[in-house]
Design a protein around this ligand. Structure first.
Ligand code: IVH
Length: 682
């Protein structure tokens, strides 16, 4: 017969298993099966029973993730099996040499080698020691032989099992992997840091390191950390797979350790290179930072045969992405003038190779940013170039600041036309007040007019526009339509043929749409989406030009600021003249009566705002966008409270999380198609 105590023990065991399972579904699978309230209820139930029977509290109970007392210092841990490093490769030739060495080492030439391939996580290496299925020690890598005991901190990471969820456990299992902070959690943490008036962390890796280095685990517990397993210390237990690395990874996944979805198996050199390219393309969308990919010979027998060189295994290789951050010197700060007169400070740098390209300029955003980072000419700075993002200055290396540097002061006059620069209240940027008299603003206005999404004049790029304005050949967009072959062919680097091409592109642009034309005018605060709204609402340019605030405010999503910009623009005689001249040159579009004068249609898309994220399996974004716009909906780039629907494809970005946060309706491609069908049937 069961004693009462046995029954309680049984109940505790069931509760703990259930709670750990819910934890796993939530933190590892990202797929909770019960509402938070149900989880909380079970957790409180467990706490209640443990309080009644304190002697039954076990260290592996989910209530014991945060230890009671902070430690005074980290104890040293000697690794039974050293935590080695990886040899690096930075280009394909080095990968080819690696593959050749492997083939030769195994004397299996010309058979293709099978490799297990994984992301190279940009976090901190740790080892987790399970004795009879219970997490006993967690430690950092340290020098590879001796690390620090950070068990108390690692236990707070919910994705790390405190006990293995199986009946039969190996006597000893040492799981190795990387602790990191997901990009989304990093953004949240930095926001909170700034709100508290504390210093933000430079990157997710530093945030993870700072969180793990806490002597007080209750601080670590407030930081959302993640763990990914990438291997085990050699293990001869019969329960642990002994044939391949990929089998070990599946075994770990079965024990509820997080294993990245991107881990897979490929064949031969070509498989390695294809994997590198695939992961490089996904890099920005991955939820965590990586700094390359790792290749491992999959068969453990082959691994053993290959052995080790110095401190790295011969059977593995890290193929690194080009570094995204580098140090260089700030030679000067130029101030550029944008289309709306905004003055943007731009850093001129000693050329440096970073993120796969040589960088000589980086944005400094605005005066506040320069002050916040205290960037001074002559400083050594850290430059970051990630993907297609414009390079930026992350920070200054203060220890290398030369003597007698001066804080940077933004000019009070436009560096191009000399007009006064003013910074309006509530704005972060100062603006040149020269308007279209300022050659810089004029050039930008012309480039905007000719842009692909505006009048789409192919070939009218920066170099040509600079020459046209500097030689006073073109002052306004209307002048473009008066250009002749002679004027163009006289310009530098312009042969008769390319001049002819430009002229036909200009000619072709005459036939346009009202939305494109409105957008091309470059009215302050009128982007592509607003231009489309205006075109749809008014249907006709004269009506738009003559509308006052009241009429404009009727247009969906147009508030007083945008309405005022439109009124101001058309109040300028100069702008009306340019429009008149453009029309006289033959620029034209179809007009209609607009929806302001039609009954408003009432479908689920008309008047709604959509955001697209990720890759849709069967339609391009452009196609989805066209469908939405055809039905009177609007597609914008970022999620806000005003968004009605977010359509999420594969690998959605942070927009997806934001939509979840804000409780916005999420649709996948099927859901979107159903929505379209429901309207077609109306
Ligand atoms: S395997 C014996 N796999 O890279 C090889 N390491 O230089 C043991 N790292 O600090 C490492 N992602 O923490 C391996 N998928 C991955 C990895 C990975 C990141 C880190 C590891 C270590 C460094 C090795």
């Amino acid at each position: 017969m069961h004693t009462e105590l046995e029954a309680v023990q049984q109940q505790l065991q069931t509760l703990r298993r259930q709670i750990e399972l819910y934890n796993y579904q939530y933190y590892v699978l990202n797929d909770p099966s019960v509402p938070d309230a149900e989880f909380d209820r079970l957790f409180r139930e467990l706490q209640r029973i443990e309080q009644r029977y304190p002697h039954l509290i076990a260290p592996e109970s989910p209530t014991q993730r945060i230890g009671a007392t902070p430690v005074r210092a980290f104890a040293q841990v000697t690794h039974d099996t050293p935590m080695l490093s990886l040899s690096n490769a930075f280009d394909e030739n080095e990968v080819k040499a690696f593959d050749r060495r492997i083939s030769e080492g195994l004397a299996e030439n010309p058979v293709e080698i099978e490799y297990a391939v994984e992301p190279k996580f940009d976090g901190l290496a740790v080892t987790l020691r399970y004795e009879n299925g219970i997490l006993k020690t967690g430690a950092t890598r340290g020098d590879g032989y001796t690390g620090e005991d950070i068990t108390h901190n690692l236990r707070t990471i919910k994705a790390i099992p405190l006990s293995l969820p199986v009946e039969k456990t190996p006597r000893l299992l040492e799981v190795r992997g990387e602790v990191l902070m997901l990009k989304a959690d990093f953004i949240q943490l930095n926001k909170a840091q700034l709100q508290k008036g504390e210093k933000p962390f430079a990157n997710p890796r530093n945030a993870a390191a700072g969180s793990l280095r806490q002597l007080d685990a209750s601080i670590t517990a407030t930081r959302r950390l993640m763990f990914f397993a990438y291997g085990i210390a050699p293990n001869l237990d019969v329960l642990v797979p002994r044939d391949t690395h990929s089998a070990i990874m599946s075994y770990l996944a079965g024990l509820h350790f997080p294993v990245a979805h991107e881990c897979t198996v490929v064949q031969g050199f070509s498989g390695l290179i294809a994997y590198y390219a695939e992961i490089a393309a996904q890099r920005e969308q991955l939820p965590y930072d990586i700094d390359g990919v790792v290749y491992k010979v999959n068969a453990l027998a082959q691994q053993e045969k290959l052995g080790f060189v110095a401190r790295a295994p011969r059977f593995a290789l890290a193929h690194k992405f080009p570094a995204q951050e580098a140090m260089t010197r700030l030679l000067g700060i130029d101030v550029q003038v944008g289309r709306t007169g905004a003055l943007t400070p731009v850093a001129r740098l000693e050329p440096v190779f970073v993120g796969g390209a040589t960088v000589t300029n980086a944005t400094l955003h605005n005066a506040d940013e320069i002050n916040r980072k205290d960037v001074r000419i002559g400083d050594t700075v850290i430059v970051r170039r990630a993907g297609d993002v414009i390079p930026e200055i992350v920070s200054v290396v203060l220890a290398q600041r030369p003597e007698e540097t001066q804080p940077f002061v933004m000019p009070h006059h436009c560096p191009v036309c000399g007009a006064r620069a003013v910074r309006l209240e509530g704005e972060t940027v100062a603006r040149c007040t020269g308007g279209l008299f300022c050659p810089a603003q004029r050039k930008q206005a012309l480039l905007h007019f000719a842009a692909r999404r505006a009048m789409d004049i192919e070939g009218l790029g920066e170099k040509l526009v600079n020459q046209l304005v500097d030689n006073a050949i073109v002052r306004t967009p209307a002048d473009l339509y008066l250009l002749g072959i002679a004027a163009l062919a006289n310009l530098e680097r312009m042969a008769e043929k390319s001049a002819g091409n430009i002229l036909s592109a200009i000619e072709k642009s005459k036939q346009t749409t009202l939305a494109r034309f409105i957008y091309a005018l470059g009215i302050r605060n009128v982007g592509e989406a607003t231009a489309k709204d205006l075109a749809r609402y008014f249907g006709n340019l004269n009506r738009l030009m003559d509308s006052g605030m009241e009429a404009l405010l009727q247009v969906r999503d147009i508030g007083p600021v945008v309405a005022q910009s439109i009124v101001d623009f058309f109040a300028e005689q100069h702008n009306r003249e340019v429009i008149e001249r453009l029309r006289a040159s033959g620029v034209s579009w179809e007009e209609n009566t607009g929806i302001a004068f039609e009954p408003v249609d009432n479908n689920a898309i008309s008047g709604r705002t959509f955001v697209l994220t990720g890759t849709l399996p069967n339609m391009t974004r452009e196609e989805a966008k066209a469908e939405i716009e055809k039905l009177g909906g609007k597609v914008v780039g970022s999620v806000s409270k005003k968004t009605d629907y977010v359509i999420a494809g594969n690998d959605p970005g942070s927009k997806y999380e934001k939509a979840v946060d804000l409780g916005i309706t999420l649709l996948d491609e099927n859901g979107f198609k159903k929505l379209l069908q429901s309207i077609a049937q109306c």
